[in-house]
Each structure stands twice: as structure tokens, then as C-alpha cells.
Design a protein around this ligand. Structure first.
Ligand SMILES: Cc1cc2nc3c(=O)[nH]c(=O)nc-3n(C[C@H](O)[C@H](O)[C@H](O)COP(=O)(O)OP(=O)(O)OC[C@H]3O[C@@H](n4cnc5c(N)ncnc54)[C@H](O)[C@@H]3O)c2cc1C
Length: 404
């Protein structure tokens, strides 16, 4: 394949954020190059759970049906458990969630983008080309180690948690208060799974949580995540903690009695949206998804906001290309739109994250919700509806929780 000297847009990273952005831009006829250091299909360490927010973008791109045809676990709700062991099951029954291995899901979005844009795999971006402050291209190496420079009007950093683009524009940081570490492995033969994802705030796991996300074939994505600050302060080995949960916690010991680990246990970072990067758009560049630090600080869900950022970035980039203007003044609209769209929800999730660290409050809230159908109903609506999530901020909701 011949790579041109210059593109309208180069997108670095073909995960959900980059591939969604490429899909939208490509369909509008822009000259886009989507590069990734991996060869697709590729795995990404993840819990693999997708909620309504991701589904809405996949539907808009017309590729939800491809995901539904591929192997995936259906998710009709959530089970929460408290440190003292109370189980709260919230069923949505809307089928508006699924668990799909990233090797499959990301490849579907990437392949859809490939119909409209040029792609370059096994190409690792190492630097940016700049003219003064203006980013005007990328530098990288192909699989043979050959260095290549490619120019573009706009460079999009969709290159994940350790984003080289964020580093090279000087906004990268790991703040242990707003950063999480998590491990996950695939297991076969866990018993007692239903068509719901499970988040367990056990005594061992808090201030983090232990998860079991079931697939269609009886296997499960099992993991444990915790704020980096707490991992450091408690000198925690997450893999060991997860294995202890499975072998020592009486509930899980029984459920994992005949289960087999069928993958490596892998770990990776989650840059949380409780502190979005100090700048996510500048002269000739934008950052999406994990590169911009947009992961939900309570649930650890990052794909929804990654895909949403890809769509919002498309709108700004499309306008900039129409105007032929690529300065921060124009591209900064993306930053404002992201904040308008996500800030309220991220603030509420940050509040819930802090609540989720307190054993007393966790027991209280999960107990109350397990007993009180009205609270359960309210939580169900919030899980299903993006709009209703915003009413987490309603003082009435908290009064009901505390005094019902
Ligand atoms: C253990 C764990 C569990 C999680 N569970 C969930 C979950 O259940 N649900 C959920 O929604 N989210 C979950 N997340 C978060 C989710 O994985 C991320 O938020 C999501 O993948 C972000 O998408 P992205 O497109 O921004 O980045 P990524 O998916 O990380 O994609 C980045 C891409 O950039 C490429 N790349 C990186 N550097 C370069 C370079 N220098 N040059 C070229 N290419 C490069 C990579 O190969 C990769 O393909 C979890 C994360 C972890 C670590």
C-alpha cells in the first residue's frame, strides 16, 4: 500500500475511539489515515462489557447488527454485592448491554472504518512533526524498523492510556488519585452466572471491586480493579488479590470450584475522567478516549465515552476541515463539547467512587436498595437511561436512599 505525503487527518490508534472517529470522517469523504501499532484483530485488556452508550454509537454507524451476529454475552442487568454479602440484582431486561471480547468488537468497528479510510497496521508512532506549536504530522516506525514521516492537517491521539500523542503535546500525567489499575483473566466453568454482569464490593476487594462478566458460552471475564493511590498505599498485588477472592472468599470459592483459567491474567491502566487531561485539543491535535482520560471513575467503563469522544471529535474536525482552519481556537470546540456532554455524569460517578470505598455506606446503600423496590426501580431507570443517570445528582434520590 502506498502512503500519501499528506492527509486531512491522521488518527493514531484504532481502538473504539479512533475507529469510531475514522468511520464518521471517512463516510463524509475526508482523506483519513488510521494507524495502529498492532495487527488486527488484536486483543485489548478489558472487562469487555458494553453499555447503552456504546450501543447507541454502534447503532448510529449501522454496525450494531454485526456485533449482535458475533459471539457475545447478553447483559440484562447488574448484580451488586456489599462487603457483608447482601446481593442486589437490578434487572433491566432491555438487552441494552453485552459482553464482547475486544478482539471481536474492536475488529468489527475497525473493519467498518477500513471501507472508508486508509489504514496502516504494525506502525508505531514515536513522535509528532511540529511547525512551531502547530502539529502537522507524525513520525513512526513500521514493522521492519523503517522510520516514516507522514503529514496531516490534524493529528488525533486515540492511542490509549499511555498515549504517545498526549506525551508529545505535553499533557500526559498519571495522577494516582484519578487513575486505576486492573487485572483480568478468562475463566471457564464458573457456576451461578446469569444474563447479568456482577460487581462485587467484597471486604477483600474494596476500595476496589471484583467482577464477573459472563459470555455466551459459559466462560467469563473475571477481574479486579482499584484506584492506583490505594494500590500504592496498601502495597497491593492485584493479581494475588483476585486469586485470593476466587480461592478464599467462601461464595466465590464454591462458584470457582471447577473453574479453569483459560488465559493469562493481564493488567493495564485506566485513566479516569474525574480528571480529564488538562488540555484535550490544541493547534492541529485532539485527544480521544483513554488518551484524553475519559473513563467513568465509578464503573471503569471506558468504551462508551471513548466512542462518544470519537463522534464529538468528528463534528469539530469536519467543521475545521470545511473552514481550512486547524488552530486551537477551532479545535477547542471539541474540548468544550466533551465537557458539556460528560462533566455532570463524570462528577456523579466520582462521588459514587468515593462512596464505593466506604464499607459502612456500601452496606447501607446495597441493603436499602435490596429491600426497597422503589429505590431498585429508580436505580434500574438510571442504569438503562443515559438521561436518567443525570438525576443521580438529585438530592431527592439521596434522601430516599438514606431515610427510606
Ligand atoms: C482491566 C480493564 C478492564 C476494563 N473493563 C472495561 C469494561 O468492561 N467496559 C468498558 O467500557 N471499559 C473497560 N475498560 C476501559 C476500556 O478498555 C478503555 O476505556 C477503552 O479501550 C478505550 O478505548 P480507546 O480507543 O481510547 O483506547 P484503546 O482501546 O486502548 O486503543 C488504543 C489503540 O492505540 C494503539 N496504540 C497505542 N500506542 C500506539 C502508538 N504509539 N502508535 C500506534 N498505535 C498505538 C493500540 O494498539 C490500540 O489499538 C477496562 C480497562 C481495563 C484496563
Amino acid at each position: 500500500m502506498t502512503i500519501a505525503n499528506k492527509y486531512d487527518v491522521i488518527i493514531v490508534g484504532a481502538g473504539p475511539s479512533g475507529s469510531v472517529c475514522a468511520n464518521f470522517l471517512g463516510r463524509e469523504g475526508h482523506k483519513v489515515l488510521l494507524v495502529d501499532k498492532a495487527k488486527f484483530p488484536r486483543d485489548k485488556t478489558c472487562g469487555d462489557a458494553c453499555s447503552g452508550k456504546s450501543i447507541a454509537v454502534l447503532r448510529e454507524l449501522g454496525i450494531l447488527s454485526d456485533v449482535k451476529k458475533a459471539a457475545h454475552g447478553v447483559n440484562n442487568g447488574v448484580i451488586f454485592s456489599s462487603p457483608k454479602g447482601t446481593i442486589l440484582e437490578i434487572r433491566t431486561d432491555s438487552q441494552d448491554g453485552f459482553v464482547c471480547r475486544r478482539e471481536i468488537l474492536d475488529n468489527i468497528i475497525y473493519k467498518a472504518a477500513k471501507k472508508y479510510v486508509e489504514t496502516l497496521e504494525e506502525f508505531t508512532v514515536t513522535d509528532l512533526i511540529k511547525e512551531g506549536n502547530q502539529v502537522v504530522g507524525i513520525v513512526g516506525t513500521d514493522k521492519t524498523g523503517k522510520e516514516m514521516k507522514i503529514n496531516a492537517n490534524i493529528v488525533v491521539g486515540a492511542d490509549g492510556a499511555m498515549s504517545v500523542v498526549a506525551q508529545k503535546v505535553g499533557v500526559f500525567e498519571i495522577d494516582p488519585n484519578h487513575h486505576c489499575l486492573a487485572v483480568r483473566g478468562y475463566y471457564d466453568g464458573v457456576t451461578g452466572m446469569k444474563d447479568v454482569i456482577e460487581l462485587h464490593f467484597t471486604k477483600t476487594a474494596i476500595p476496589g471491586y471484583f467482577w464477573i462478566f459472563p459470555y455466551e458460552d459459559g466462560t467469563a471475564n473475571v477481574g479486579l480493579g482499584m484506584l492506583t493511590k490505594d494500590v500504592k498505599a496498601r502495597n497491593v498485588n492485584l493479581k494475588e488479590l483476585m486469586e485470593n477472592e476466587i480461592t478464599l472468599n467462601p461464595t466465590f470459592k464454591e462458584r470457582f470450584k471447577d473453574a479453569k483459567l483459560i488465559s493469562e491474567i493481564k493488567g493495564w491502566s485506566l485513566p479516569l475522567g474525574s480528571k480529564i487531561r488538562k488540555q484535550i485539543a490544541g493547534d492541529g491535535w485532539l485527544l480521544l478516549g483513554d488518551a484524553a482520560s475519559l473513563i467513568d471513575p465509578f464503573s471503569g467503563e471506558g468504551m462508551g465515552n471513548a466512542m462518544t469522544s470519537g463522534k464529538i471529535a468528528f463534528r469539530t474536525i469536519s467543521r475545521a476541515l470545511r473552514l481550512g482552519a486547524y488552530s486551537q481556537k477551532i479545535l477547542g470546540e471539541y474540548e468544550q463539547e466533551i465537557k458539556n456532554e460528560l462533566n455532570k455524569e463524570l462528577e456523579m460517578s466520582y462521588l459514587l467512587q468515593r462512596l464505593g470505598k466506604n464499607e459502612f455506606l456500601l452496606n447501607l446503600v446495597i441493603d436499602k436498595a435490596a429491600r426497597n423496590p422503589e429505590i431498585r426501580k429508580e436505580l434500574t431507570t438510571m442504569i438503562v437511561s443515559e438521561e436518567a443517570k443525570k438525576s443521580f445528582s438529585s438530592p431527592l434520590f439521596y434522601l430516599k436512599l438514606l431515610f427510606s
